[in-house]
Design a protein around this ligand. Structure first.
Ligand SMILES: Nc1ncnc2c1ncn2[C@@H]1O[C@H](COP(=O)(O)OP(=O)(O)OP(=O)(O)O)[C@@H](O)[C@H]1O
Length: 676
């Protein structure tokens, strides 16, 4: 049962549409779909009702709440407007989409995103039917009528992305998988663009594209596999030389239906696709949230699709997010609505309510902050770890939270996480993250995953530091940014102890001036250095590799500094013990284990060096890498224009169209080449 507003109250056209969305970039509206025959037959008592209350007299914004309870601040969801069952696509089009079309002709990209639970009417909204056309069809009609007046032309692209985020071209009868790049004109390459002259032509193409996804969609008779679809409408004009010039584009994204990732299918399995699909749905909502809260970072890289559409999801684009709701309200609908309207409170107010949805690059920043903090603190490394264990009230709360959920078992993990949470709070004060918000979050899975990722990242970062520090003792401090950080940690320890400062300082100065002169040395040269480093590690004792801490201060002792890089020696028990003291998380006893540790350090250094190379090398040098040709090198440079350090992990190589397997193959080839 819906509590309808007085229609005259609702359609105060002076206040609706984009005009009421002054501070926020994304307009968020809800749409309650019509009831099917079955739903109409259900007695109203069995269907929880949606209550719609005007948020204030001055605007069209409404609060949605569910069930019989009166709307309180906690349970109400604020949206810019709510379209009820009797309000059809034509009305939504004229009030919401038509104003965006004018913007496209003026050069502003626009995006309409439909999100919601499964079966909430997203496809009905975007695609519609022959009798009741959807927003995309109505928009195309409008665009086609305008291009004639404005001497413009229009083409379309249509794609589908599955739960692995593989993108398929729906306008190509073969339905091939495409790797989508953008060229300098911001046009997607690798996906068909078909010129459209009339609406009938468009409908034929669009409907055949829609039909093309159906057979591949079915994985089981009862449960079609979920996927996202996207239509891009490109508007062009002709310049005096009759060349096509891209004016703007409009995207219609029909996101796959959200379904609780823990829900089991009829054969009692939890489908893996649930988790994957939900992740990319959330990526869109996280982008919308970041835009609406004026976040300093917009997490486009959380999903391939948000990255693909980033120029239509930017701060100058016009974005409409429609949260589709089933008339019979369900938990999935409420969850989606709560995520969709996170940023609607107000640009400023919502900052304090913002949940700590952390993107991978935020995590990267946090990890860098961990390193920087370690470097800056005057304490020795061991003191530092003690410090991490004593945390502020909120970090203790945070640790408790995760301990309770058995996210972390090792004490180091817990203390690393605590340190991370406290650093999140200091370094990301803009977002005002509070642990209470974490506990109250209506997206616990997301947060759990995010924080457990951070925990893992922090831990691997520590491991990486340990490994790299071993190498830094062999005067290769300049090898990687990570190694740099760690060597500085070692140096500060040395300074406290008063020993070795001179030698290291000279060495560092030499290295840094050499590095400045060289700029970005060739990867192969750097890899060779690491390779030589490995050789020296082969021929050194574990003690020589890892100077130990003196027992009371934890500082490096002069007597334990490696002086002898000669014949291999079997470590004594005492030496092994010291190794264990130094790296208390590991139990290194045998030469084999020591050797394995060296290898893992090598691998990390190689990866770091490879990424640094991608982030800094010039085009010609990039093309010397296996698997990087002219196109990819150009694309890498473009990525670097957008963000100075686009490659933070090997996973980021997916952005240049390389699969995990291809990346592994490339790394193997690079390393293998060293022994030629
Ligand atoms: N306005 C409407 N009136 C009556 N029934 C509707 C309406 N809109 C959608 N439906 C019905 O609701 C069901 C789901 O619609 P639709 O396929 O559009 O949802 P969806 O959110 O796209 O689903 P999915 O999450 O599976 O992609 C369909 O059976 C459709 O017929």
């Amino acid at each position: 049962m819906l509590m309808a507003l007085n229609p005259s109250e609702k359609f105060d056209l002076g206040k609706v549409g984009v005009r009421s969305n002054i501070c926020r970039k994304v307009r968020v509206v809800a749409k309650i779909r019509g009831s099917s025959n079955l739903e109409t037959e259900l007695p109203s008592k069995t269907v929880p009702s949606i209550s719609i209350h005007k948020a204030s007299e001055a605007s069209d914004r409404v609060k949605l709440s569910f069930g019989e309870q009166p709307a309180s601040r906690k349970e109400a969801h604020l949206v810019d407007y709510c379209y009820e069952q009797n309000e059809d696509n034509k009305m939504i089009f004229s009030r919401e989409v038509k104003p965006l079309i004018s913007g496209v002709f003026e050069g502003h990209n626009a995006t309409v995103i439909a999100c919601g639970a499964r079966g909430s009417g997203k496809t009905d909204l975007i695609q519609g039917s022959v009798k009741k056309p959807g927003l995309a069809v109505l928009a195309m009609d409008e665009i086609l009528s305008r291009i004639e007046q404005n001497a413009k032309s229009v083409s379309i692209s249509f794609y589908e992305a599955n739960h692995h985020e593989h993108v398929y071209d729906l306008l190509d009868p073969e339905r091939p998988e495409v790797f989508v790049f953008e060229d300098r004109a911001k046009l997607p390459k690798g996906i068909s663009q078909v010129l459209v002259r009339s609406n009938s032509e468009f409908q034929r193409l669009y409907l055949s594209g829609c039909a093309a996804r159906k057979p591949a969609q079915k994985i089981a008779i009862e449960r079609p596999c979920r996927s996202h679809t996207g239509l891009i409408v490109h508007v062009f004009s002709r310049n005096e030389n009759s060349d096509s010039v891209h004016v703007g584009k409009m995207n219609f994204v029909d996101l796959a239906g959200y379904e609780d990732g823990r829900r089991r299918s009829s054969d009692c399995r939890v489908p893996v696709e649930n988790h994957m699909i939900n992740k990319s749905v959330r990526a869109f909502l996280n982008v919308a949230h970041a835009l609406n809260t004026n976040g300093s970072h917009v997490p486009y890289r959380e999903s391939k699709l948000t990255y693909l559409l980033r120029d239509s999801l930017g701060r100058t684009s016009k974005i409409l997010l429609v949260a589709c709701l089933k008339p019979s309200i369900c938990q999935d609908s409420i969850h989606m609505l709560s995520l969709a309207c996170r940023g609607t409170v107000s640009a400023n107010k919502s900052k304090s309510l913002a949940r700590p949805v952390l993107s991978s690059s935020h995590k990267g920043q946090i990890l860098r902050n961990v390193c920087t903090t370690e470097r800056k603190l005057p304490e020795t490394r061991s003191h530092l770890f003690e410090k991490k264990a004593t945390c502020t009230t909120s970090t203790i709360k945070g640790r408790k939270l995760f301990d309770e959920e058995n996210q972390f078992t090792k004490s180091e993990k817990a203390s690393s996480l605590s340190a991370t949470v406290s650093i999140v709070q200091t370094s990301m004060s803009q977002e005002e993250i509070s642990i209470e918000d974490v506990t109250k979050s209506s997206a616990p899975l997301l947060l759990d995953n995010t924080f457990s990722d951070i925990g893992n990242d922090v831990e691997s970062n520590h491991t990486e530091q340990k490994d790299i520090t071993m190498q830094s003792e062999h005067h290769h401090e300049e090898q990687t940014p990570g190694a740099n950080n760690c060597s500085k940690v070692v140096s500060s320890i040395e300074e406290e102890d008063g020993s070795l400062i001179g030698a290291h300082k000279i060495n560092k100065e030499n290295n840094s001036s050499a590095a400045n002169e060289i700029g970005s040395p060739l990867l192969s040269v750097q890899l060779r250095e690491i390779s030589n480093n490995l050789k020296s590690l082969y021929y050194s004792t574990p003690l020589a590799i890892q100077p130990t801490m003196s027992e009371d201060s934890g500082a490096l002792s002069r007597s334990q500094v490696p002086t002898n890089i000669g014949e291999p020696q079997t470590p004594t028990n005492e030496q092994s013990m010291r190794v264990n003291d130094r790296w208390d998380a590991t139990n290194v006893h045998s030469p084999w284990e020591t050797f394995s540790m060296c290898n893992s350090g090598m691998k990390n250094s190689l990866i770091q060096e490879y990424l640094r190379f991608l982030n800094t090398a010039n085009k010609e040098d990039l093309k010397r890498l296996k698997g990087i040709g002219e196109k990819r090198a150009t694309f890498i440079l473009e990525l670097r224009e957008e963000s100075p350090e686009p490659f933070k992990s090997l996973d980021d190589l997916k952005d240049i169209g390389l699969s995990e397997k291809q990346v592994k193959g490339m790394m193997k080839k690079e390393v293998g080449g060293l022994f030629d």
